[in-house]
Design a protein around this ligand. Structure first.
Ligand SMILES: [Cu+2]
Length: 221
């Protein structure tokens, strides 16, 4: 009898308990990455993405900029979310012709100077390699991500992704010179924790031909 009289009170207590557990502020987890190459040297410009396996994370469309300065794409690697756009202003005194043959987006911005080229929208996830029709060595990369949790490694090979929650994430690592398409790992993060992972990347050799090659035959005398 006493038990039944107490039921409403018990149920109220239970409600309060659930509210405290579910409604309380979730402490964020942080994922830190250290990318190194075959020689254990830091790898810059590696793209790190963390995709939650059991929950959805909304991305926000943005507009980013890749400049053309001194016949180079700057920054060399840019991460955007699917559906975002990139502007390609040419800050050189000569004309460039930006193009991509990549599966994720094929486009070209015929010879132009200044900021006359329209922004390019990227609606498929993947990687896009940028070239220039005039300057063979010019290379840039757009990484189109489906998760908002992304980071690019700095000159020390370090990157960190904040605002993660207690979840299992698939962590993908990509680099323009990676020998494989992607490196993937699963990692379970605890609430209010900082997890650090070290990743060794097998990279292809850097080939950078900045100037046009000299003529093979030079008449002498
Ligand atoms: Cu060019």
């Amino acid at each position: 009898m006493f038990f039944y009289r107490c039921l409403p009170l018990l149920s109220r207590m239970l409600t309060v308990f659930i509210c405290l557990t579910v409604g309380g502020p979730a402490a964020a987890a942080v994922l830190k990455i250290q990318a190194i190459n075959q020689q254990s040297r830091p790898v810059e410009n590696a793209v790190i993405t963390a995709t939650p396996l059991f929950s959805k994370a909304e991305t926000v469309k943005q507009t980013k900029v890749i400049d053309q300065i001194n016949k180079e794409y700057i920054p060399r690697v840019v991460i955007i979310s699917k559906g975002s756009s990139v502007k390609f202003p040419n800050k050189d005194n000569i004309r460039h012709h930006v193009y991509s043959f990549s599966k994720a987006k094929q486009f070209e911005l015929p010879l132009y100077k200044g900021s006359t080229a329209p922004p390019v929208e990227f609606n498929r996830a993947g990687t896009v390699t940028l070239g220039c029709n005039i300057h063979d060595w010019m290379r840039g990369y757009v990484y189109i991500s489906e998760t908002p949790f992304t980071a690019l490694t700095d000159s020390k090979g370090r990157a960190s992704i904040k605002d993660l929650t207690e979840e299992t994430y698939r962590v993908d690592i990509w680099h323009p010179r990676l020998k494989t398409a992607l490196i993937s790992r699963e990692i379970k993060l605890q609430q209010d924790s900082i997890e650090t992972i070290k990743i060794r990347l097998q990279l292809k050799q850097l080939i950078k031909k900045r100037k046009k090659s000299k003529p093979r035959y030079t008449p002498s005398g």
